[in-house]
Design a protein around this ligand. Structure first.
Ligand SMILES: Nc1ncnc2c1ncn2[C@@H]1O[C@H](COP(=O)(O)OP(=O)(O)O)[C@@H](O)[C@H]1O
Ligand SMILES: [Mg+2]
Length: 458
């Protein structure tokens, strides 16, 4: 039993105590989509895509169908938009629904990339639509501004929901929407607040995802003002905002008066039981099975990030299929980790890659890996206290703690702030912790890889 599993068993014990006590809320699940019919496409001599973009089975061999379904079962490059593929998160969904429905609050869901914010927002959108909310989904960009975003939102609201127009008015019958009655002047929070105050006959949920991307501070301040205005009017429009932010004041420019109108939820990491469900959930869709060791390896390496779990599940399953098997083993996961490392390396600067290799040559990789695990777990700035058994064995952890300032000075990868007990550290490059975490774990599991990484500098 290697250190990963020993520690992992221990961590499992920590999580397994909590969930059984309170009942999970229930949701309506949609039936599965019908299976696509197979079509034959002649094989060519050149390299080709393995699956048909038409979601149809293209290859005659027995694994082609599994491969096609696998791409639906695990979608590391896309958020989950179908509840059938969405695992866990019952508590999160339950508390957001309660905040929206019972308390009529505006809601902010924040957390690091890859934690499942967009997927959660999509599932909430579906659930709200089922309850006859009118849901308008907007993904913010660097250039988002209030006028563009709210004109687009207004264009999605039929005029029949306006108190002064109603279902039988001429404009409503013409198919007009809320944007039709906006003037040509740039829309302000006052205009939108007043307009939304006139909504009748439905409740509206405006979802603004990737809110942190919006660079325009005025836009962020306008959203805060709109929340205040909508709350003051008890309007039938609520905002649901998603984004990356260490705390709320980063997400919504500081308007203290709106704090009581907002339900802010930091999306937690997924506990091991939910990551296991995520892996297992794909089995029924793809027709593959993951043996227990494979599931535990994926769970241990994912650190509660559904992004890593879904990526490793997909890649390890493809590795198994390539070997002509439908049972995925821990060995397939290790091979998949090797592939993912190659991919992640492309997102890390050459400077950092060679610094990591230099540290590996000096035997500092396990300690750095433990720090990367801590950084991943807390989402950025970490202290020695954040180094937990999930990030390494006791010897590695104490080495990492004792050498933190050495690593800071010599690795060229870390930065620090604060003094004494308040001193915290982070990796200067955002893409380094996930890469380093996988590299350190893989070096532990695969001697030839360890040799390669450590020898690269020699
Ligand atoms: N609850 C979940 N069940 C299954 N897969 C999930 C879940 N949450 C996220 N994922 C997967 O994890 C990846 C990252 O999710 P995403 O919603 O895009 O995260 P974020 O918006 O926080 O960056 C996606 O590939 C998605 O398919
Ligand atoms: Mg997202």
């Amino acid at each position: 039993m290697n250190w990963f599993y020993r520690i992992y068993d221990w961590v499992l014990g920590l999580f397994d105590r909590s969930p059984a006590t309170s009942p999970e809320p229930e949701y309506v699940w949609r039936p599965a989509a019908a299976e696509p019919a197979p079509v034959a496409i002649p094989e060519g001599a050149y390299p080709r895509f393995m699956a048909s973009a038409g979601d149809q089975t293209a290859l005659p061999d027995a694994f082609a169908a599994i491969r096609a379904k696998l791409r639906q079962a695990y979608t590391p490059a896309q958020p989950v938009t179908d509840r059938k593929m969405f695992s866990g998160r019952s508590r999160v969904l339950g508390s957001v629904i309660q905040a929206i429905e019972d308390q009529r609050l505006h809601t902010v869901i924040y957390g690091e990339r890859g934690l499942g914010k967009t997927s959660t927002l999509h599932v909430l959108a579906q659930t709200a639509r089922d309850a006859r909310y009118l849901v308008l989904y907007h993904t913010c960009s660097a250039s988002s501004n209030f006028d563009d975003v709210f004109r687009a939102v207004c264009a999605g609201i039929p005029l029949m929901f306006h108190a002064d127009h109603g279902p039988t008015s001429q404009q409503t019958e013409r198919g007009d929407n809320f944007a039709s009655i906006l003037g040509t002047e740039p829309v302000t929070t006052r205009v939108v607040g007043e307009l939304f105050g006139k909504v009748v006959g439905t409740r509206i949920l405006v979802i603004l995802d990737e809110f942190d991307r919006a660079e325009n501070e005025e836009y962020r301040r306008n959203i805060a003002e709109l929340i205040k205005s909508l709350s003051d009017r008890a309007a039938r429009v609520q905002l649901l905002i998603g984004g990356v932010a260490a705390n709320l004041s980063e997400l919504i420019a500081n308007v203290p008066s709106i704090q009581r109108n907002i339900f802010a939820l930091q999306l937690p990491k997924m506990p091991p039981s939910e990551i296991r469900d995520l892996v297992k959930n794909g089995e029924s869709i793809s027709g593959l099975t993951f043996d227990d060791d494979a599931v535990e390896t994926i769970t241990a390496k994912s650190l509660g990030f559904p992004f890593l779990a879904t990526l490793l599940s997909q890649r390890s399953a493809l590795t198994a299929i390539d070997s002509g098997r439908v049972e995925v083993t821990a060995q397939d996961v290790e091979e998949a980790v090797g592939e993912v490392i190659e991919e992640f390396r492309g997102r890390v600067s050459r400077r950092s890659v060679s610094r990591i290799e230099a540290c590996a040559a000096e035997g500092a990789l396990p300690a750095l890996g433990a720090l990367a695990g801590a950084a991943q777990t807390v989402g950025g700035w970490f202290s020695p206290f954040d180094l937990a058994p999930i990030h390494g064995d006791p010897a590695t952890l104490s080495k990492a703690k004792a050498n933190l300032d050495n690593l800071l000075a010599n690795s060229g990868l870390l930065e620090t702030r604060g003094e004494g007990a308040d001193r915290t550290y982070h990796f200067a490059e955002e893409s380094v912790p996930p890469y380093l975490w996988l590299v350190a774990g893989h070096a532990h599991a695969d001697a030839s890889f360890a040799h390669r990484i450590a020898g690269a500098e020699a």
